[in-house]
Design a binder for this molecule. Sequence first.
Ligand SMILES: Nc1nc2c(c(=O)[nH]1)N[C@H]1C(S)=C(S)[C@@H](COP(=O)(O)OP(=O)(O)OC[C@H]3O[C@@H](n4cnc5c(=O)[nH]c(N)nc54)[C@H](O)[C@@H]3O)O[C@H]1N2
Ligand SMILES: Nc1nc2c(c(=O)[nH]1)N[C@H]1C(S)=C(S)[C@@H](COP(=O)(O)OP(=O)(O)OC[C@H]3O[C@@H](n4cnc5c(=O)[nH]c(N)nc54)[C@H](O)[C@@H]3O)O[C@H]1N2
Ligand code: SF4
Ligand SMILES: [Mo]
Length: 729
Amino acid sequence: MTSTVHRTCPLCEAVCGLTLTLDEGGHVTSVRGDKDDPFSKAFICPKGASLGRLDEDPDRLRKPLIREGELWREVGWDEAFAAVKQGLDQVTERHGRQSVGVYLGNPNVHNMAGQLYGTPLLKSLGTRNIFSASTADQMPKHVASGLMFGHPLAVPVPDLDRTDYLLMLGANPLESNGSLCTAPDFPGRLKALRARGGRLVVVDPRRTRTAGLADEHVFVRPGTDAYLLFGIAHTLLAEDLTTVSHEVNGLDELREAAKHFPPEVVSRRTGVPAEVIVRLARELAAARTAAVYARIGTCTAEFGTLAQWLVDVLNVLTGNLDRPGGAMFAKPATEFGLGRRPYTVGRWKSRVRGLPEANGELPVATLADEIETPGDGQVRFLLTVAGNPVLSAPHGPRLDAAFGRLDFMVSVDPYLNETTKHAHVILPPPRALQSGHYDFALLNFAVRNYTRYSPPSLPLDGQPSEAQILARLTMIASGQEGDLDEFVLDQMLRKAVDLPGSGVEGRDVAELRAALEGDCGAERRLDLMLKLGPYGKWAGKGDLSLRKLLDNPHGLDLGPLEPRLGEVLRTASGVIELAPPQLIEDVERLRGGLEQEPPEIVLIGRRHLRSNNSWLHNVGSLVGGSNTCTLQINPADVARLGLDGEALVRSATGELRVPLEPTDTIMPGVVSLPHGWGHAGSAQLVAAEHAGVSANVLTDESAIDVPSGNAVFNGVPVTILPTGVITAH
Ligand SMILES: Nc1nc2c(c(=O)[nH]1)N[C@H]1C(S)=C(S)[C@@H](COP(=O)(O)OP(=O)(O)OC[C@H]3O[C@@H](n4cnc5c(=O)[nH]c(N)nc54)[C@H](O)[C@@H]3O)O[C@H]1N2
Ligand SMILES: Nc1nc2c(c(=O)[nH]1)N[C@H]1C(S)=C(S)[C@@H](COP(=O)(O)OP(=O)(O)OC[C@H]3O[C@@H](n4cnc5c(=O)[nH]c(N)nc54)[C@H](O)[C@@H]3O)O[C@H]1N2
Ligand code: SF4
Ligand SMILES: [Mo]
């Protein structure tokens, strides 16, 4: 007997619905796009189609591992947790709580456990040495949104399905399927934009597949988007093309700052002709509706936060913020109590380099410093959950060495890989198909309001769920006994009954608790959040609950985005801050950069449709062909530098020998290497055959975006030398 299950794909931000066929043994025999999902409408990409093979990868760990020297021993769960407790107690009793470090990786955003149990776990550890992939990714966006709108999650997304004009910078959704813009079938949505007469402009140092689909592609020098965006703002202000339709603070300060960046001046730095900058400004202003959208290419850059800020400055100046067809805020079904405290950054600083805290965490670019540098608060115990910073963080090899010196390390991860090989205990989560799935984070950034829950498709057969693993770690760290979920439910219910206008104000906590449904703590917490949310049965305008989502396994469309700035604004002033002082201060740094001579050659990254950071290279159907680790380089540079076949790439931190992929789709003076490669080890057999090299051997942890502390991966100065070796390719 086969069975059919419907579930959300957990592999990228597009949250596609999938329909899987399972045989009697629970093996996946087919994966298709779910045609009844109202959001993804049967869309699927090669990664989603390989979910079965990934899920059943024979190299996945099924049991916890304990390392003794070089030897790994499979152990039972009780023994594994006892070893974690012993390791943690030994380090904290001698060195205190600040000696504990935590690194949370990207898949935490894609699974329920990370979303529901991450915060309690961090609290129970009681340390400020918290790091995550966010400071190698989107932290600049959170900081910019926090300072402008008062909340780090108040991230407007382009209203893709209705906009008339999309200016996209540093994003390549035809490969990535989109980011901080949850849009299944992003390619189809872009085609539809053009088909209805809209215009798409892509700004990228490479002529990407997305650029190929656009009306116009603009080459930009890496790391200079903030200049380009300022040039556009300058034109809008100088030519009186602005239509600010919200109450704002700081328009004069913005005008003053923009004076330093006229198109003729920024043109020299960005490589974008002044007339193009002026035209883009005029087109943005003239479009019936328009949205500016920027992603990783502009975030992981020297002026990442300024670029993210200027994106929304343009959306505000052109009257497009919070209106249909412009840049809008989603209304997720689990939103409850956004909080009232105005956003600040830098509430504390990292011990060694004095880098600012943002969103309660410290920059991953300084994790190695915190492990290597002796003194009070030196990190000696590290917990990693769903992360591979040896490959994903700047100057990975330094972290590799630092991890080897830790007193104790614990990893929650399904693989023994470049990072987890340093752990003393590895706790593997079960397969995705054995886990429930709800996109708490990603539906904040959806281009349509939407909700979908996927219950576990297969039973757990004995091992704990990832939620249970994290809950148990939380109890170990807090030294308390009891049921974490009950504790959290009780706290949330108490908050809700005390909150005026919550819909359950003044009601009895025990009675509400008894009304919650779900097969596990995570489901009951989801039920509560849905019921208290804006479409909820208790507090909202609808009848959402876990039960309703279980009855609708293909998901529910909650309608197009609607204006809601008033609901999300959390600034102390109550209006949009167009010129937050911290950012205006950083404009000085940007001005300083105007005068600098750009490096002769810089390195940037890229993504491939069949990759996913460092962890899908062990699935045979996803690697090889065009998904290989090569250095893209313009043929003019190949000729000028006398290169052939492969080259030696050198940066301030390291050196790599890489096969060349000459292509005129990349600007002269720019080379591109994908990240997530450089597999070292024999525990992932397929990945080992396609090892590649790690781009983060070359990236420099001393270079950061100042306001957010974010890593800089794009615009890394490199030199390129011939190796003298000729290889066929
Ligand atoms: N297939 C696949 N999908 C993924 C991932 C993956 O690894 N593989 N990773 C997921 C993750 S974690 C994320 S965060 C998202 C990222 O999603 P995207 O932001 O769409 O990521 P990329 O595809 O890397 O596109 C970034 C683009 O920026 C360009 N670029 C580089 N430097 C600059 C610059 O200085 N300025 C400008 N304007 N452009 C620049 C690059 O050439 C590249 O085309 O993708 C997610 N989806
Ligand atoms: N040079 C360069 N570096 C980059 C980037 C770049 O563009 N250029 N991009 C950056 C970006 S955007 C990101 S998001 C980071 C990603 O950085 P990381 O999150 O550190 O790295 P990933 O490669 O995503 O590793 C994910 C890990 O989680 C494990 N895993 C997968 N699924 C699960 C699960 O369900 N539970 C648990 N517990 N573990 C799981 C995998 O085995 C793997 O070890 O990399 C960053 N690094
Ligand atoms: S686009 Fe993303 S969510 Fe959709 S099938 Fe592919 S990997 Fe899964
Ligand atoms: Mo990311």
